[in-house]
Structure formats: C-alpha cells, structure tokens
Ligand binder design. Structure first.
Ligand SMILES: [Zn+2]
Length: 432
C-alpha cells in the first residue's frame, strides 16, 4: 500500500463509515458504509465523492474497498502512570492493589525525567497507532503538581501538530477539604490551560467538595472531568451527586464523567433517574472497558461474573454522549494496553455489544470525543480538515474487528508516517 508522496493525490475505492463522516446522510446505508474516493491536497481532505467520480489524472492509490478511518481521539488516559509495570506491578490485580502500588511508585520515582521519558514513549505508541488527540489525567498531589504539570506543558508544545494534548488534574475528592492544597491544583490547571478533575466517591466531603470544584471551574472558565464510582458497590452514586451539583450551579462548562461502573448495578428505577439527571446536566460519559474488565469483579480464585462497564446503551439511548477510551497502560491499574484506539473499539465491541446493530457506535473512535473535548477539527472525515487518516485493508466492520491491523497505514497531514512502535527496551534504564 503505497501512499503517493505528492501534495495532491487521490485514495480511490475506499470504504468509509457514515458514522465517521461529517455529512448529513449519516447511517443511511443499511450497513452504515459507503464507497468513496478521497482527494488529498496540501495536507487536507479536499473532496469526498462517490467512488468512480474523482477527477482522473491525479496520482492515486486504489484501496480496493479498504477502510479509511479518521485519526483517533482518546479522551481518557494516564500518561504519567504509563509503563511502570516492570518496576511496580499490581500485587493482586485489585483496585486497592493498584492504588497502593501506584502511590508508592509515584513517591519513589516520578521525577521530571522519569515522567517525561514514559510520556514520550506512550505518545510515540499512540501516534504510531493513528491517534491525533489525547486527554491525560495527571496525579495532582503535593510535590507531584510541580513536576508533572510542567512536563505536560513541555510535551504539549513539543507534540504540537502531531498529537493534540489536554490534561486534567486527578486527586481524591477528600483533598478539597484542604483549601491550600486545592488552590495549588487550581493554580496549576489554570497555568497550563488544563481541565479540573478529581476522583469522586461517597463520603462526607463529596457534596462540599463538588461545590468548591464547580465554583473554581466557573471562576476560571475551566471544564470538569471526574473519575466516578469505579466500584461494584451499588451504594456508590456519586454520579447523581455530580449531576445535582451541575444543575445547582447552572454550570456552563463541559463535564466528562469516567468509569461510572456502579451505574450498571443500580435498580432499573434508580438507573433511569440517574441517567435522566446526567442528560439534563449536560454530562458526557466515558467508559474504560479494558481497565474495568481487569480491575472490577476480581476476587482470588473466583471467576469474574461482571464486565465492569457502565450502562452505555441506556446512556446513549437517553441522549448522553458516550465514549470509550484507553485509560491506563502497563501500570498497576491495567497491566496491558498500548494507547491503540482501534484495540479499544475492538474490545469494547465485544465487551459492551457495540454490534447488532453497529449503528453510531464507531463514533466512539473519534467524533464524539472530539466534540466533548472541544476539538471539532479532529476525529472525523471531513472536507477541509487535516488529512489525518488510518488506512486498513478491512472492507467491513467484521473484517476490521476480527484482526488487530498492526499493518495499518497512518497518514498525517496528507503524508504517510513511520508506524514502527518504540521498543520496550528503551525504558529498561527507568523501569527494568
Ligand atoms: Zn482513569
């Protein structure tokens, strides 16, 4: 598959999903797919036309029905934690094991040099897989604030034009009881143009803490991003408390809630009530299916019974924007992963039944996250947008979802890029 190395060329006989196109007749075809010719000019998508209708004479590549996907958007990751597995594995695969092991590793090793090298490695993986935009959470506790946020700022500048980076703070909601500690976080978030985020769980400081966070976000014009109810305890309903707070504050920024695992264990009446509030509050939800499958319902010597994911179908049916994302990679929260959104979509299709029908679910690879993150120029096949494309030989979703497509071609700004993945050995001096 040779992508013409000229400013203006055509990709012929490509299969595209209506769900990933920025055109009005989305979903009109029975299988949700269309056969098109795509013209690329000066790094941008110049035309998307029915196959066979593009102007003759341009250098071209005939894809013979192979799919073109837009560059991926990954709305929830932890670049600061990534790739520490070799030096800090999860002792028992549980959530508490992950929390403790990661905290110990952060205290012992997370210098600027350490965080920078692991972030750089992770971004190279994501880029090689075809990702164009990422939101990362950054552990924002004590001295780590002054280390990870400046490194994030460096990375965002260094990767401009390759991967668009956003960051959200991450700390337990109890920390909001300490006004000085909260002020330190808000200061860093504002300084680096970030998103204000925290982990929410039931407890005496939840409502008071949310009031402080919503007030700070309104004052500084920040968006909010929460890690919510990552547990199988149905009594965990901090999602509802967040929705109530959003409405009480008449919050006008964007709110993203991640995980929301226990929502799918509510009674039908409670689930419906909470989902209606989430919709009315304008909250978007991101599920992290790989990480949730790994951590949730894990008990020694007992086979897991629950998939751990939130009520994605019910949320989507109610009109809540829903997504999936990578979450952790090779750290105590998730032992595996490589920031490959095609892997995440493939796994999510199996775990959460994004099929029968496929419908709009492919939008989780790009368009929905792009909108929720405020990056409408990314994540969709659109005339005038950057020609950031992922080309695979698969001609249908069945072919796409049956193989990992390690041989995919990634086009950025109209040019094929090197998709060689970095070697784990490069990190041996830090984590080996
Ligand atoms: Zn997370």
């Amino acid at each position: 598959m040779h992508i013409p190395n000229v400013p203006r060329y055509a990709l012929l006989n490509a299969t595209v999903a209506h769900a990933l196109l920025d055109i009005a007749e989305a979903g009109s075809a029975a299988d949700g797919l269309a056969r098109v010719d795509v013209t690329v000019a000066d790094g941008r998508v110049a035309a998307i036309e029915p196959a066979g209708s593009s102007a003759a004479g341009l250098p071209s590549l005939d894809l013979d029905g192979g799919m073109i996907l837009p560059g991926f958007v990954d709305p929830h990751t932890h670049l600061d934690k990534g790739h520490i597995w070799n030096r800090r594995p999860n002792p028992d695969g549980t959530f508490m094991g992950a929390l403790t092991a990661t905290g110990q590793d952060r205290e012992a090793f997370w210098s600027a040099q350490d965080v920078r090298a692991r972030m750089q490695f992770a971004l190279r993986c994501a880029e090689a897989h075809g990702t164009v935009a990422i939101r990362t959470h950054l552990d924002s506790i004590g001295k780590q604030i002054g280390i990870s946020w400046p490194v994030f700022g460096e990375m965002r500048d260094a990767w401009k034009g390759r991967i668009t980076l956003q960051a959200s703070s991450l700390f337990g909601i109890d920390m909001t009881e300490d006004d000085a500690a909260l002020a330190d976080v808000v200061k860093a978030v504002v300084a680096y143009g970030g998103v204000l985020g925290a982990v929410t769980y039931m407890g005496p400081s939840l409502e008071r803490g949310l009031d402080k966070l919503f007030a700070a976000a309104a004052t500084h014009g920040l968006d909010l991003d929460f890690h919510v109810d990552e547990t199988n305890d149905p009594a965990a309903r901090s999602l509802e408390v967040i929705a109530d707070a959003a409405m009480r504050h008449r919050f006008e920024g964007r709110i993203l809630c991640g995980h929301c695992c226990s929502l799918s264990l509510q009674s039908p009446a409670d689930e419906a009530r909470i989902i209606a509030k989430v919709r009315d509050a304008g909250i978007a939800v991101v599920s992290l299916p790989l990480c949730n499958m790994y951590l949730q319902d894990r008990q020694a010597a007992r086979t897991p019974r629950w998939r751990g994911v939130t009520s994605l179908h019910e949320l989507a049916a109610a009109g809540v924007p829903v997504m999936v994302a990578s979450d952790n990679t090779r750290d105590p929260f998730y032992a595996y992963g490589d920031l490959d959104m095609l892997e995440v979509f493939r796994a999510a299709t199996r775990i959460a039944h994004f099929d029968h029908p496929t419908g709009a679910w492919p939008r989780v690879m790009g368009p929905t996250a792009a909108d929720v993150l405020g990056l409408p120029q990314h994540g969709r096949l659109k005339v005038g947008a950057a020609a950031d494309l992922v080309l695979v030989k698969a001609r249908s979703f069945n072919e796409l979802l049956s193989r990992p497509y390690a041989d995919r071609r990634v086009v950025r700004h109209g040019k094929a890029i090197d998709t060689t993945l970095p070697d784990y050995r490069e990190l041996d001096h830090l984590v080996g």
